[in-house]
Design a protein around this ligand. Sequence first.
Ligand SMILES: NC(=O)CC[C@H](N)C(=O)O
Length: 309
Amino acid sequence: MYCQTSSELAEILERAVKMTTHGKVATYIPALAKASPSLLGISIYHDEEKCFHAGQTEQTFTLQSISKVIALALALMDHGAKTVFQHVGMEPTGDPFNSIAKLETMQNVKPLNPMINAGALVVSSLIKGATFHEKLGRLLDLVHDMTNVPERKYNHEVAKSEIETAHLNRSLAYFLKQHKLLSGHVEDLIEFYSHQCAIEVSCKDLARIGAVLAYDGKDPVTKRIILPAHIARICKTFMVTCGMYNASGEFAIRVGIPAKSGVSGAIVASIPGWGGIGIYGPALDDKGNSIGGMRALEIISHAYDLHIF
Ligand SMILES: NC(=O)CC[C@H](N)C(=O)O
């Protein structure tokens, strides 16, 4: 069942927005702390004619951990799955996204998956490009292709704020470097990773990214192939198993759609054959997922019968 009107979506938003009073905006990256916790915006993208919006969808925000999915797609296109998965695993951790615990306690120090920070740092280090600008430019180009918005940009203030405070990510990166899982300079990698997290999008952009993944990597309008189907499938599978951090299992049972969140309060969801959903709601729950966004997805999944299992 498709969404038919924006007012249908507005009713869903009205129910979900009540949850925002129970969440808190992320503060560990100081620039994110400025967000207003009561905001909630939702876009649904079936195709260019069937695209619906409710709430504050004109607001732009940063991708944060959602960039891990796009960076993974690019690294897979650069090197192929065999090489990428020699550096990073495919298993969920059950730990918070920035945990260092498993790296030390497991015999094989390879990060367990590309959606936790340790794995994402390794994936980002694999993206081809002689310079920081070349790597970032290639990632921005892919975001541009997926969103079909001519100019892609990142938020300088958020990037700078993360670079200044990324002590935990630096620790992860040095640990990985010690174990020869990273080549290159840690500071260069932190700079690149912080910029990829600071790429700016809108709810519609996110919904369109979700739709491209949902249609197996094909642009829903131009039918151009942006990602090979097998790479879109890998991305969606990681979204199901690890996309909502250590709430992924519960989310898979309650909502049952591939989704990835970021600490900015963004969530992208991709429903195979149906389309994409983009959400911005900066009030987070205790696991770091948008609290209003999670509720909205639960209602949407039930309303349109989207559970994939
Ligand atoms: N969960 C997230 O969105 C984390 C991304 C963030 N930039 C970090 O690495 O800490």
